[in-house]
Design a protein around this ligand. Structure first.
Ligand SMILES: NC(=O)c1ccc[n+]([C@@H]2O[C@H](COP(=O)([O-])OP(=O)(O)OC[C@H]3O[C@@H](n4cnc5c(N)ncnc54)[C@H](OP(=O)(O)O)[C@@H]3O)[C@@H](O)[C@H]2O)c1
Length: 308
């Protein structure tokens, strides 16, 4: 048996609870890991709320929260290749097993070994924010010197996109609240504070001719406000709002593969990508961490440390 934190039904934060569960048994394409660290993401509360039930799978309640984790392999399914018991890994719990737990199942094809130089906390942030940043920039395939607007530069995905875009030689302009200015400008990006007046007007001051592409991490009205800045609507990619297609843009295409995880790990080791973890929490304080992310203005990435 191990500790787990999740929800007994779909709903708001009051359905969350701690419980014990036995180690899940890996299916042929899964690996069982002892979790060292788990990333906290907006998708966690979206799943709990029941708004994206097609992603919850068909596992019985209580559901364990969390989509990504780093840890050590305890058992390997018969069809999984390239991973062995004892490996340090990071990956996606697309199995529905959750990651805010002492043990969990990761999908073998969406799990990669972690270089020794990477901490568990950093490794735990690779699957969601790290590979989303990689996927969205690969999708846009912008040439060096192109201009990119990151709507929501201060979040886990936004700050990762900013660093990869900088190293690709892009001119980056990002939006965020006042508290995110230092974080954003440290990546070399130009910063527009969306809390002080019309964001579209102030962006026009930076890029009067518009931008070659937009990566949106905010969605809703904010996405609608910044879309006209793109020279072509088709160059607007949202990572979180499917209605971007109504504006002529596209959603990010997620690959969720081992190669992407390995590329992001490599970028971290080479010093090109810092996930900007602002705090790690023991499992007992996971509700506090998820509440911060649910509040939509979390300070950088938050990670649950299962070893504490
Ligand atoms: N498709 C996928 O596979 C995938 C993967 C990862 C994430 N996502 C989605 O992408 C979105 C962002 O994820 P994340 O992990 O980056 O979340 P996050 O770390 O919680 O960051 C969200 C950021 O949005 C900023 N923000 C809120 N309102 C804003 C506004 N009006 N203008 C500009 N910035 C604003 C917040 O910072 P301020 O303090 O600056 O407001 C916050 O830093 C979520 O909807 C998530 O579900 C999708």
């Amino acid at each position: 048996m191990g500790r787990a934190w999740g929800y007994r039904d779909f709903g708001a934060a009051d359905v969350q609870e701690f419980f014990e569960r036995p180690n899940p048994a890996p299916g042929p394409d899964e690996v069982l890991i002892r979790v060292a660290a788990a990333g906290v993401n907006p998708l966690d509360h979206h799943l709990r709320s029941g708004h994206v039930r097609e992603l919850n799978g068909h596992v019985p309640f209580p559901h364990v929260l969390g989509m990504e984790a780093a840890g050590t392999v305890l058992a390997v399914g018969s069809d999984v290749t390239g991973l062995s018991v004892g490996d340090r890994v990071t990956g996606f719990a697309l199995t529905g097993a959750g990651t805010y737990a002492d043990t969990t199942l990761l999908l073998g094809a969406s799990t990669a070994r972690v270089p020794d130089a990477l901490s568990d906390a950093w490794a735990a942030t690779i699957p969601v924010a790290g590979t989303t940043a990689l996927d969205v920039l690969d999708q846009l395939a912008l040439p060096t010197g192109a201009s990119l607007l990151i709507n929501g530069i201060g979040g886990g995905v936004g700050i990762a996109v900013a660093q990869l875009a900088r190293d690709h030689g892009l001119r980056v302009v990002g939006t965020g609240s006042t508290a995110k200015r230092a974080l954003a400008t440290a990546t070399g990006a130009e910063f527009v504070d969306y809390t002080t007046g019309s964001v579209a007007e102030r962006l026009r001051g930076h890029v009067p001719d518009g931008v070659d592409a937009v990566v949106d991490t905010v969605g809703g009205q904010s996405l609608r406000d910044v879309t006209p800045l793109a020279k072509q609507p088709s160059a607007v990619v949202s990572v979180g709002d499917a209605s971007v297609t109504e504006l002529g843009g596209t959603q990010v295409h997620r690959r969720l593969d081992r190669a992407g995880l390995e590329r992001v790990a490599d970028l971290m080791v080479q010093g090109q990508l810092d996930p900007h973890i602002s705090a790690t929490y023991p499992l007992t304080r996971a509700p506090e961490a998820l509440a911060l992310v649910e509040g939509r203005h979390a300070p950088g990435k938050l990670v649950i440390d299962l070893r504490r």
